[in-house]
Write a protein that binds this ligand. Structure first.
Ligand code: FMN
Length: 167
């Protein structure tokens, strides 16, 4: 049986939700990481990943400018980094300079990878669609990486950006 409730009430049932960190460079070459929960696999062949970024976020301009982004699956040990990258704006600070988080250059796009993430994907911007207050960016995966150590992924496990692993 179902009962009708407000949208916000029903959406509280969505957890756990995967967490990703997208990174794109701004026009000055600063790599700007942003934490995102709204993401999906958008195509299998060719492989494409999609992210929904608020229209006003600094990252939106970075992705539009560089026409590519890397997408990291942060590990369960990277919760603090995910909260930092997801609460501060690249408009005000250099997030990767201020938060001690190992990064390395991407192989095929002009961005960086998070060295301690579970996996990283290099994406060339395929399309963008403005949807309400967000922009859905679809990236074609041109290179994929996994960590040489076994690590668990990071999820949002409850409202209020409560982050952790899922067993
Ligand atoms: C766990 C978590 C999930 C988030 N998911 C999204 C998301 O899916 N889309 C989005 O636009 N912002 C999301 N945010 C908020 C942005 O990461 C945050 O506003 C960030 O500071 C924007 O940075 P920027 O201005 O450098 O782009 C999320 C934040 C956290 C902590």
């Amino acid at each position: 049986m179902q009962k009708q409730v407000e949208y916000s009430e029903a959406m509280k049932t969505k957890y756990p939700e995967q967490v990703v960190i997208a990174i794109a460079k701004d026009k000055n070459g600063k790599a700007n990481p942003v934490t995102l929960g709204w993401t999906m696999t958008a195509s299998g062949k060719p492989a494409m990943l999609a992210i929904a970024v608020a229209a006003g976020h600094y990252s939106t301009g970075c992705i539009r400018h560089s026409k590519c982004f890397s997408l990291a699956f942060p590990s369960s040990e990277q919760g603090e980094a995910a909260l930092f990258f997801g609460s501060r704006s690249g408009r005000d600070i250099d997030k990767l300079a201020e938060f001690d988080c190992a990064a390395e250059p991407a192989e095929k796009i002009d961005s960086v990878l998070l060295s301690d993430a579970v996996a990283n994907f290099e994406c060339e911007l395929e399309s963008e669609t403005v949807v309400g207050d967000h922009v859905i960016f679809v990236g074609r995966v041109v290179c994929s990486h996994i960590n040489t150590e076994a690590k668990k992924r990071l999820y949002t496990i409850g409202p209020g950006h409560k982050l952790g692993p899922v067993s």
